[in-house]
Design a protein around this ligand. Sequence first.
Ligand code: AMP
Ligand code: ZN
Length: 453
Amino acid sequence: MLKFYNTLSKKVENFTSINPPHVGMYTCGPTTYDFVHIGNLRTFIFEDILQRVLEISGYEIKRVMNITDIDDKIIKGAKEKGIGISEFSAPFERAFMMDLAKLNIKYANIFPKATEYVDHMIKYIEELIRKKLSYVEKDGSVYFDISKFPEYGKLSGLDKRELKSGTRILSDEYSKDDAQDFALWKSVQADEVGYNSPWGRGRPGWHIECSVMSQQYLGDTFDIHAGAVDLIFPHHENEIAQSEGKTGKKFVNFFMEGEHLLVGGQKMAKSAGNFYKLKDLEERNFDPLAFRYLCLTAHYRERLNFTWASLQAAQNALNNLREEIRGWNEEIGLSEQPKGSTDQFWQRFLDVANNDLNIPQAVAVVWEMVRSNTPTTSKYQTLLKMDKVLGLGLDKYLGKPIEVPANVSRLVTERESIRKSGDFKKSDKLRHKIKKLGYDIEDTPEGPRVKRI
Ligand code: AMP
Ligand code: ZN
């Protein structure tokens, strides 16, 4: 049974979709004022794993991820460069797509951009004004009146926060401590980036885009909305207020928010300047998938402190895994006497993955299977299935022995015959020689397996 922690109920709940086998899933995407950092990417990896776990259960996912291509920082950045906002955003958006590909993160079916939905947003806001959930200020800005939505706070809990209805927040930056009326539409001067609206020239606030673009593609009520924990308040809370206020129906069944990536114990953030981009990792010769592996070793609801040493450990583990599986071969396996099967590993893998995405345990099961002496034919197929969830691209290595240079392979053959003759001292000497050339040997029932060190 598939179970996920639901921020709405603060409990782990059984998951079923509204219209099986379909699942509608919306994930808040990047704001394209800069390159994404690996903290953002941790969240996108978590969402990718979520999608893959649903798929392995037979669900078909329709996934929408927005691109916030208009906000205060984008406008400021474009102005500084003297270019338009879409020209300013384009390279960051392209780089983002490449980062996703490098990390084996599946693309969403739709990546709607905020600037392309301004008309829809205006209509949506008009409806909220008609329903008296929003009001227009003298300057032409429009606010959502949180006092008119009694359930405001049901996602984040408002006990520690002061409800300040009637006080307003206009900026895209927000206070975590106050619950205030928030801007749906912000009036702008004639020379600023903006759009014409019934309330004068202005531009949309940040929250409205996600209500509009999610419901546009997934309907009034859909299955899963995901992001990172900093979005619970106010972003997701505000989305609920707008959406449920407008339709009178439940907005989303499952809210799932992943924990942050930290550096030195602090949240990795562009504003704090303590961030790394995927490119920084690559420049230090790390494989992007080593970062994915690192993310898999922590549960998504736990913070993960990033260090170069932990990334190195993840890279080593991934390298070892790749080397292990190179020697697996279906044909050799088929001629073996079956010693057991991998069914129990697969079942345990599924059990933990389905239990609120306990991927660290799933990775542990992978290693247990790899080290077990079950026939490689069975391991081969099971690992392929497991990697559909993990997304480590292991099929590129599975059953694909490395090309060993001729001098090394001659030494390996020589050592094998010496070893078989029982002269272990001499065979060890040869192993040492082979090691110096950068290769190691594992003696298996199928013969010597050569690995790169
Ligand atoms: P942004 O581009 O800032 O809107 O963020 C895109 C996504 O990354 C959102 O879901 C954020 O909540 C998430 N995010 C931002 N910082 C971090 C972090 N340090 N760790 C994990 N996720 C983050
Ligand atoms: Zn959003």
